[in-house]
Design a protein around this ligand. Structure first.
Ligand code: FAD
Length: 435
């Protein structure tokens, strides 16, 4: 195929015009095109008087080499996109491989193992998605937290109740494989070419279920409500795992896909002799504002165009003290959701449905923290740092998972807010004002 990049359509021009533009560029007739697909679509909103869609497309035509010989600008051969599975090992395994955790990492590890005939066994501490929805509903509506199955833990991991942004800052063919598997499992096809692909929590719930079914069909087994609570390591090698539901099993190959929040498992690993070290991360809060404000700032007079959808933003700043401050995980038309996994701790995150049609937009406003900020040298000291902040936020909210809130103007002027503005916060549990 041939790849043609930098094809521009104004917001008023329909995508049906793309083929004609491509043929004009290649100096061929439309009837000569055997196959055509959009590879990438991005929005250029830098000019206030016009917004453009910028496309990269792939076409299959007769005599591609002859066209390449013309040396046309922005025309090249389409690179090989197919994912190739890693080479199989030569030694038979003593036991079936285990995947611990069924979030995005665990799901794809299990899927690839299953596709290669390894029949993996998956252990996931949280519930299957259907039951998990009920546990999360109870938390969001009544503040009843299930520490084993919540926004962080359960089928699909922290990815299920998320915005489903599929942003990757890494150029890697495996990214394409992930997108293709998600489409196969029911995600919209446009995630294959949108510059900022997004699925939405409503669709993700069905998608994770379909991936589970595919792993089972290929011979894998998945145990939900089953937590790995111990690791038997002998001479530096894994020999067994302890499960809270079925005691010890023999295991020599396990993929740890336990995510960010399994603090008890990190401790268990440390106590089993696994080497862990401190690392920098970021902490912050969620800012929320009307989506119309973001649309107007980004798209100006085109703010109401249905073709553009809800606008996004990303801000970065280098503070005088050397710390990076930035927005992250911006959720257009989304909700701020209670996301704790431990009792008495307050954690928030952002989530949206596929349509991104809620009134507010929100994003995380974060600042970098470094091991020097922690109180000690223990490898898990960063977790204690997080816990202290989460506990303070819980107390400030008055307990019961209400989130302390402040107007951004008051926050910047270092004073508590005494009342909210006219915008209604989306956080499900009643917001407690900081006094
Ligand atoms: C509300 C929300 C919105 C988000 N939005 C986005 C977004 O739009 N885009 C994006 O890229 N990222 C988003 N994220 C972050 C994203 O979800 C995570 O980066 C991603 O889920 C990490 O994948 P993972 O598989 O490594 O870990 P996780 O998703 O954390 O999965 C780990 C799994 O392991 C299980 N587990 C842990 N310990 C054990 C044990 N001992 N035994 C058995 N099972 C165990 C857990 O129950 C969990 O299900 C969001 C997160 C949240 C909470």
């Amino acid at each position: 195929m041939l790849r043609i990049s930098q094809i521009k359509l104004s917001i008023d021009e329909p995508t049906e015009q793309l083929l004609g533009l491509v043929c004009k560029k290649l100096q061929i007739k439309e009837s000569e095109v055997k196959a055509f697909r959009i590879y990438k679509e991005s929005i250029d909103a830098r000019k206030s008087n016009m917004i453009y869609f910028i496309y990269t497309v792939d076409v299959s035509v007769e005599m591609e080499d002859k066209i390449l010989d013309k040396g046309l600008k922005n025309v090249s051969k389409t690179p090989e996109l197919a994912y190739t599975h890693v080479k199989k090992g030569s030694q038979p395994l003593k036991h079936r491989p285990v995947v611990i955790g069924f979030g995005p990492a665990g799901m794809f590890a299990a899927l690839i193992l299953a596709q290669n005939g390894y029949a993996p066994i998956v252990f996931e501490r949280g519930e299957q998605v259907e039951a998990r929805v009920a546990s999360i509903e109870a938390f969001w509506s009544k503040g009843i937290l299930n520490p084993k199955s919540n926004v962080q833990f359960g089928e699909g991991g922290a990815g299920t109740f998320s915005d489903g942004k599929l942003t990757s800052r890494v150029r890697d063919l495996r990214g394409r494989k992930v997108l293709e598997e998600l489409v196969q499992a029911g995600a919209p096809e446009d995630i294959l070419y949108k510059a900022h692909p997004h699925v939405g929590t409503d669709l993700l719930r069905g998608i994770v279920k379909n991936i589970r079914k595919e792993i089972l069909r290929l011979g894998g087994d998945i145990y939900f409500d089953t937590q790995v609570t111990g690791f038997r390591i002998e001479d530096g090698k894994l020999k067994g795992l302890t499960l809270d539901t079925m005691g010890e099993i023999s295991c020599e190959q396990a993929i740890l896909a336990i995510g960010h929040s399994a603090r008890d498992t990190f401790l268990e690993l440390f106590q089993s002799g696994v080497s862990l070290s401190q690392k920098p991360f970021s902490v912050g809060l969620r800012v929320e504002h009307p989506q119309t404000l973001v649309n107007q700032a980004q798209y100006k007079k085109f703010a109401e165009s249905a073709r553009l959808g809800s606008a996004e933003y990303r801000l970065t700043h280098q503070a005088k003290n050397g710390r990076g401050v930035y927005t992250f995980c911006m959720c257009p038309g989304g909700l701020v959701v209670p996301s704790a996994s431990e009792d008495g701790m307050l954690v928030t995150n952002g989530m949206s449905e596929h349509a991104r049609d809620q009134e507010n937009a929100n994003s995380a406003l974060l600042v970098q923290v470094f091991p020097e900020d922690f109180e000690g040298n223990h490898p898990l000291e960063g977790i204690e740092f997080q816990r202290k902040l989460e506990q303070k936020a819980f107390e400030l909210g008055g307990g019961s998972y209400k989130a302390p809130a402040q107007l951004i103007k008051d926050y910047l002027e270092h004073r508590p807010s005494t009342q909210l503005g006219k915008e209604k916060p989306s956080y499900a549990l009643v917001v407690h004002l900081t006094e």
